[in-house]
Write a protein that binds this ligand. Structure first.
Ligand SMILES: Nc1ncnc2c1ncn2[C@@H]1O[C@H](COP(=O)(O)OP(=O)(O)OP(=O)(O)O)[C@@H](O)[C@H]1O
Ligand SMILES: [Mg+2]
Length: 321
């Protein structure tokens, strides 16, 4: 296939919060550009709470309208997809949320949730094929169809629900899976299981945009990493390069904050960072990371660094000018 699967071109989303005391503008996503290639790959979008990750997902899914920029899927803008072939787009681009309750109707039993998807996307023409597809997809994620079918979503454990979401992906076979913090509520073994399925998806031709605040899991699963800070992409490149040789001061800080050598100490630092509101931490005129940056220079206070290319990687920092 030629061209990119997905391209975000200077995508921005501004929310206008109205309130008597705090009427204000939130630039949730600020001229974000990145792409997902035509060959299956896993791309991780990494950033801390409030940096715009979920908003980016919602924009890709068409659940939110763009303030500016464009999102192109297979060469065609998604607003056009949703106007002209909404069903195709909905089949090809699937999402898994952190909380699977956001995705499905709680009043439908598990079998109905799957058979509705089969019907909606025309995956099978008759009852027996429908049943076969449903059984196969549940078994692919280690769920026992006989035990599961007939139950309601709330009668599944958290791990079963997340597996069920994966089964849905095996069933629907989208081209792109957008996974918004899918493992942050799972324990370590379920987390590894989930991430291994993303690898398997890649093998069968499904790309993933894996969204997380956790560089460890991004390192485990992703081919490429995009680091985002306060709605802006600050660095992007192949996973190994970003992890072993981070360029942007924020990426460097994130990597030293990975809680390995002294978990208690690191954890404390992390909590202190997130106590301050993101908007207060941002230097609004120049580089958003200015207030936290160890390497800041005078010009960083007044102008936002453009993207510089360093060894095939992109980084928004004046140190690399
Ligand atoms: N519908 C909305 N109306 C107003 N502001 C919003 C809306 N949705 C998101 N925001 C704001 O946009 C910013 C980005 O939010 P978003 O949920 O995309 O962040 P996130 O990176 O997903 O955070 P988290 O890691 O906590 O899930 C936040 O400041 C948030 O308060
Ligand atoms: Mg989020």
């Amino acid at each position: 296939m030629e061209g990119k699967l997905l391209e975000l071109k200077k995508v921005s989303k501004i929310f206008y919060k109205s309130g008597i005391l705090n009427r204000r503008i939130v630039k949730a996503v600020d001229e974000v550009s990145f792409d997902i290639g035509s060959e299956p790959e896993v791309v991780a979008l990494v950033g801390e709470s409030g940096c715009g990750k979920t908003t980016i997902c919602r924009l890709i899914l068409g659940l939110e309208t763009l303030t500016s920029g464009d999102i192109i899927y297979k060469g065609k803008s998604i607003s056009k997809w949703l106007r002209e072939n909404p069903k195709d787009y909905r089949k090809e681009v699937q999402i898994i949320f952190q909380d699977p309750y956001e995705t499905f109707n709680p009043f439908y039993r598990v079998d109905r949730l799957l058979s509705v998807a089969v019907k909606k996307f025309g995956l099978a023409q008759d009852q027996s094929t429908t049943k076969k597809l449903i059984f196969e997809s549940l078994e692919a994620v280690g769920l026992r169809p006989k035990e599961l079918l007939g139950r309601y979503p709330h009668q599944l454990s958290g791990g079963e629900r997340q597996r069920f979401m994966l089964a849905r992906i095996y069933l629907i076979e989208p081209k792109l899976l957008v996974a918004d913090e899918p493992v942050s509520m799972l324990d370590a073994s379920l987390r590894a299981m989930f991430l291994d399925h993303l690898k398997e998806f890649k093998r069968i031709g499904i790309s993933s945009l894996y969204i997380t605040h956790d560089l460890n899991t991004a390192n485990y699963i992703a081919d490429r990493i995009i680091i985002i800070y306060a709605g802006k992409v600050v660095e992007k490149g192949p996973t190994e390069a970003v992890i072993n040789d981070p360029l942007h001061p924020y990426t460097k800080d994130l990597i030293t904050a990975i809680p390995i050598p002294d978990p208690k100490k690191r954890w404390k630092e992390k909590i202190e960072i997130s106590k301050i509101k993101l908007s207060e931490r941002i230097n609004q005129k120049g580089c958003y990371y200015y207030n936290r940056c160890k390497y800041r220079m005078p010009k960083c206070e007044t102008s936002f660094p453009p993207e510089f290319e360093v060894d095939g990687r992109k980084v928004s920092c004046f140190q690399y000018e």
